[in-house]
Design a protein around this ligand. Structure first.
Ligand SMILES: NC(=O)c1ccc[n+]([C@@H]2O[C@H](COP(=O)([O-])OP(=O)(O)OC[C@H]3O[C@@H](n4cnc5c(N)ncnc54)[C@H](O)[C@@H]3O)[C@@H](O)[C@H]2O)c1
Length: 324
């Protein structure tokens, strides 16, 4: 079978990572890259020996690729994604789907009109710790009842991230990973309410948010995120119908599990292995295309998360809960 011809649009931090993972796959040939930053384009083109390097992503889309990775900042997701899908080119899109709901809806509509697939890169779906929790829920612990995560940290040094119109906000650009896990475990969001504030005068995004949701199936989710803390801290507490899982951390640590019918708290250590989830998600995308099967995280999931984020920001503004 002929190799899939891939292009990567936006070869900054994540584009570079996906490019190196694609280069390791025998089913794939990376034939083109695009970036508006000429120096970056030349550096990455040379590093990976890429035949075609374009400053204009449209030229890449015209160059005969079967699939693209779009890893531009959120404000620059919509155009390359919609235009690729209109040409029948499969798209792996870095999370979040967009900087705002309108852009996400346009991408959703383009995806449902297209014969090509749109996968959204919620990478925790491919992390062994989060997969293990999902498996415990399905085999032993039952449906989620009450899920909670705290993510305390400080503001990352960044160019576009701290501007609302470019990133969409802290919850939109960063907290969405947690929202995806809540959605994956507990199903669609039904009602969302949130409080938010910005302590740092130099930024136009929120740096504190308290998010709460009721899921359609009845579970609650709570997520508290702050980028104005003086030391970092993260933890999960998850109550299921028949047991509980807790751990301090995000991508590894000592996980505690107890089941209603057991008489002890079990512990399991997960090592930090963040690189593997990115390799596995891109492999899933490639294999989905080859099998002709929709990726497990597609335009439907991307839009659901974007709607929940949009509802949270509207709730924080109006003080009212928002029904989805
Ligand atoms: N999955 C994860 O864990 C994870 C982690 C970090 C970032 N991200 C997401 O990945 C995406 C990219 O983030 P990043 O950290 O790599 O950003 P980055 O700033 O490092 O890289 C973005 C690149 O896109 C280029 N670019 C901007 N507009 C372009 C355009 N129109 N055409 C071509 N190139 C363009 C920039 O010049 C830059 O090189 C964002 O959506 C971000 O939210 C995901």
């Amino acid at each position: 079978m002929a190799k899939l011809k891939f292009g990567v649009i936006g070869v900054g931090g994540m584009g570079n990572l996906h490019l190196s993972n694609l280069k390791a796959l025998s089913e794939v040939e990376v034939v083109a890259i695009s970036d508006i930053n000429e120096a970056r384009l030349a550096e990455i083109g040379e590093k990976y020996n890429i035949p075609k390097c374009f400053t204009d992503y449209r030229k890449l889309l015209e160059s005969g690729v079967d699939a693209v990775v779009v890893a531009t900042p959120p404000f620059a997701h919509r155009n390359p994604v919609v235009e690729a899908l209109e040409r029948g080119i499969h798209v792996f899109l870095e999370k979040p789907m967009a900087a705002n709901l309108k852009d996400a809806e346009e991408m959703y509509n383009a995806a449902i009109r297209s014969s090509a697939f749109l996968m959204v890169g919620y990478c925790l779906r491919f992390h062994d710790l989060y997969e293990w929790i999902k498996e415990q829920s399905e085999t032993r612990l039952g449906e989620p009842v009450n899920l909670a995560h705290v993510a305390f940290g400080s503001i990352p040094a960044h160019t576009w991230l701290l501007k609302k119109e470019l990133s969409g906000g802290m919850l939109n650009e960063n907290g969405v990973h947690v929202l995806y896990v809540m959605y994956w475990y507990a199903g669609k969001f039904k009602r969302v309410q949130a409080l938010s504030k910005t302590l740092n005068n130099d930024i136009s995004i929120e740096d504190n948010i308290a998010f709460q949701a009721l899921h359609e199936k009845g579970a609650f989710s709570s997520f508290i995120q702050s980028w104005s803390c003086t030391h970092p801290y993260r933890s999960w507490a998850m109550c299921f119908e028949n047991g509980t899982i807790t751990f301090d951390g995000y991508l590894g640590g000592e996980v505690k599990l107890s089941a209603r019918d057991g008489n002890k708290v079990e512990t399991k250590i997960f090592e930090m292995e963040w690189q593997n989830m990115y390799r596995r998600e891109i492999e899933h995308f490639v294999h989905s295309i080859m099998r002709g099967e929709k990726p497990v995280i597609n335009e439907v999931d991307g839009l659901e998360i974007q709607k929940a984020v949009d509802a949270a920001y509207r709730s924080a503004e109006t003080g009212q809960a928002v029904e989805l």
